[in-house]
Write a protein that binds this ligand. Sequence first.
Ligand SMILES: [Zn+2]
Length: 110
Amino acid sequence: MFCSIIKGDIPSTKVYEDETVFAFKDINPVAPVHILIVPKNHLSSVNDVTEENSAVIAHIYEVAAKLAKEMGIAESGYRVVSNCGKDAGQTVFHLHFHLLGGKVLKLEMC
Ligand SMILES: [Zn+2]
């Protein structure tokens, strides 16, 4: 599904894109700022992160910091979270990081 969003086959509200990372607004936001940041290369979940491909994870955090500043939540605070597997509530099996902010976040949110 996210591969189709990255390709543009499924429309999304893109907020950032470069060679390795794509970011877009979550269609069911649970906070005033709710962005999904995904690697363009398909990884199913955190379980697929290895020594060979983990550089993109560091890059995703760079993008998260940049977007948090742009969205005005860098100082008020935000959360970057990736759910892995059934018990964590992962619903789309293309690795993604939620960037959440703009309100006081409860412990369990997405
Ligand atoms: Zn995918």
